[in-house]
Design a protein around this ligand. Structure first.
Ligand SMILES: NC(=O)c1ccc[n+]([C@@H]2O[C@H](COP(=O)([O-])OP(=O)(O)OC[C@H]3O[C@@H](n4cnc5c(N)ncnc54)[C@H](OP(=O)(O)O)[C@@H]3O)[C@@H](O)[C@H]2O)c1
Length: 250
């Protein structure tokens, strides 16, 4: 099934693992033409031979290279998913280069890629930007750096929706809680603490759960903009404390 809205060409960043990889599979299964973007070429090739997607081996910070690819592919859907959890264990565990990398990959790249895609979307009067934020961008949680970058994604998404009102271009932000991916292995910071954080001990979301939510948003009818989706494992709650009740004193 292709989209009645003509949203048939989807670009997905961070497509070699986790949420991005699952999203490529789901978008291809929905009948769309998909361009998968990430750095690891061997994984992109494997995904392409499995799904039939196209791919481009690129770092999301390589704006010039991406500009050519985006112009040629003319995406109707952009899923800004590539991201890193650098600093999830704490600001002081990061050196200056890693702080910069977190901001460049999580904040600057999705803004640049969106800017590159918007000209074509405006001309075609249709399009859908899907930004992968995080509950860390909505709520006060551990990680000043990661939460700071995802808060920027949140504000960017909210304000871009205002800028694009009346254009026919939709903006969706998806804010997951814990998803079972390679996220903590790929993050920079204190290795022991990151490994500990990676073992939540709960039944986490699966990348397919997030891909299904993205498909819900992009398949919505033209008059519906699914603005923000916050999606948590049932065993995770923001702000909650898991404690046994205080026994009543007699
Ligand atoms: N897992 C969670 O609990 C969770 C929760 C909330 C939000 N998120 C967000 O979900 C998104 C996806 O994360 P994930 O959990 O699926 O993690 P993941 O399994 O580590 O996947 C991250 C993907 O991003 C790509 N990537 C990283 N840096 C890149 C760069 N500079 N250029 C191009 N691609 C790059 C990686 O590919 P290459 O290394 O091949 O380039 C990989 O495909 C991120 O934005 C993350 O912040 C995750």
């Amino acid at each position: 099934m292709t989209s009645e809205l003509g949203l048939n060409h989807a670009l997905v960043t961070g497509a070699t693992s986790g949420i991005g990889e699952a999203t490529v599979r789901a978008l291809v299964a929905s009948g769309r033409t998909v361009l998968a973007v990430a750095r690891r070429q061997d994984r992109l090739e494997a995904l392409a031979s499995e799904t039939g997607c196209s791919w481009m081996a690129a770092d999301v910070r390589e704006t010039e290279k991406l500009a050519d690819g985006i112009e040629a592919f003319a995406p109707d859907i952009v899923v800004n998913n590539a991201g890193v959890g650098h600093g999830s264990s704490g600001l002081e565990d990061l050196d200056a280069a890693m702080i910069q990398e977190a901001i460049d990959i999580n904040v600057v790249a999705p803004i640049q890629i969106t800017a590159l895609a918007l000209a074509g979307m405006r001309a075609r009067a249709r399009g859908h930007i899907v930004n992968i934020g995080s509950i860390a961008g909505l709520h006060t949680l551990v990680s000043a750096v990661y939460g700071g970058t995802k808060s920027a994604v949140h504000r960017f998404s909210q304000n871009l929706r205002v800028e694009l009102r009346g254009s026919g271009i939709r903006v969706t932000e998806l804010c997951p809680g814990r998803v079972s991916t390679e996220f903590y292995q790929a993050a920079s910071g204190d290795r022991d603490r990151l490994d500990q954080m990676g073992q939540s001990g709960i039944r986490e979301l699966l990348p397919d759960d997030i891909a299904a939510a993205i498909l819900f948003a992009v398949n919505a009818p033209a008059h519906v903009n699914v603005a923000t989706i916050e999606i948590l494992p049932t065993e995770q709650a923001v702000g909650g404390v898991h404690a046994t009740p205080v026994e009543a004193k007699s």
